[in-house]
Design a protein around this ligand. Structure first.
Ligand SMILES: [Zn+2]
Length: 109
């Protein structure tokens, strides 16, 4: 099992500017990793089915074979109806996580 991305050394050194400066393809891959780990256990947010879907690369959507619903990397999240590029939301996640992590460290003192 892979380590959770937010606990990895890569996440600790990722800056908000790096997140905001990523291409949308890289941000998509990172979002997928944040949500489903290594990306091989994508779970349908509509019915919870694992491994019964196919990916529509041109639209960056999965189609669940079990319930026939489409879903994206942000379906079922607060970013589900996003209109901005994924990299902007990624920067927000990094900012939130790093601020929360620093707050946790400060409170532990
Ligand atoms: Zn489904």
């Amino acid at each position: 099992m892979s380590i959770h991305f937010l606990l990895s050394a890569q996440a600790r050194t990722l800056s908000v500017l790096q997140g905001a400066g990523m291409s949308d393809d890289v941000a998509f891959v990172l979002f997928r990793h944040l949500r489903w780990g290594d990306g091989e256990e994508v779970v349908c947010p509509h019915c919870g089915t694992v491994h019964r879907h196919y990916f529509k690369a041109s639209r960056k959507l999965w189609r669940c074979i079990a319930c026939r619903e489409d879903f994206s990397v942000t379906s079922g999240t607060i970013f589900a109806f996003h209109k901005l590029p994924l990299r902007i939301y990624l920067a927000a996640v990094i900012l939130y996580w790093q601020g929360n992590h620093r707050l946790s460290e400060a409170l532990a003192l």
